[in-house]
Design a protein around this ligand. Sequence first.
Ligand code: ZN
Length: 318
Amino acid sequence: MSLSPIPIHLATNTCWLLPLDENDSWLLVDAGPDVISQSSPEFSWNLLCAQLAQHELIPSNIKKVLITHEHIDHAGLASRWAKEGATILVHPEAISTLTKGIKTFEDDRENRFSYLVQRGVPSSIVDEIKSQTDTNSMRWIPCPETALHPISDQQEIMLRNHETLVIHYAPGHTRGNLVAVTSNSKLLFSGDTVLEHTIPTAGLHLDRESLDAFEPVQHWPSLPLFIQSVKKLAQTDIQVIYPGHGTAIYDPDKAFNRFIHHHSKRAEKVTTASETVGTDNPYLIAKHMFPRLGNRRLAQAMIEIIGHQDLKQAQELN
Ligand SMILES: [Zn+2]
């Protein structure tokens, strides 16, 4: 009998339910976002329970929750699952973020802005971005470390019908990013590593050691690793992709190739723009490449350009 993962839709996220080898026990891929609404602080939890009920399940049937990566919309409900007694499986690199929850990003906020200034964004523009505060409808409550169970590359989880879920460490989108593949049916649970309609960002990840040492803030070069992770998956036998947003992807090669093609084109454009502008200042390159973008999106584009500079440097070293 083939395995068909059950989707649980929460805001723009999709979590996937898989049967474990013990009776009535299930694994959930991603905890889901903790969305609160005006009428209910339990908005997404209630929505989740209603969807479980459609399959005659209750939260205590979920024994394991596998966190694909340490982002608020994928791990926001981890503490809630821990309260229900589930084991939260997470890559060791993601543990400190889960135990801090929203505080991780609050603590990093100023450092991220000073990093942008350091990389060439005028302070007046950073001040403007700072003033555009997000109205936050998501919580991220810290998860007790005792509920977190580290899991890493090639570890296996037994599923029903003699299937095994194999963990693959796939750093890039975050440091503690993982994906999982079923051994027989070759289903890939991709989190945000591969999506159908968008190219997931490699983001800006500040380097902890440089922060702790109060040195000029460095970043962790995520894009070269991200591309490497996707290329490795593209060479793996995958039949269907179950992403962290949207629905099942039945043409895995198309999704992998879209990502790889996007970055090879982008690399060429960054090189050309850098030569035209005559600088490697990522802010000026971004302004040249995307003259119509508003300042906030320009800063995001600049982070992708920094990623491509990292990539070029990594290629030159090889
Ligand atoms: Zn993400």
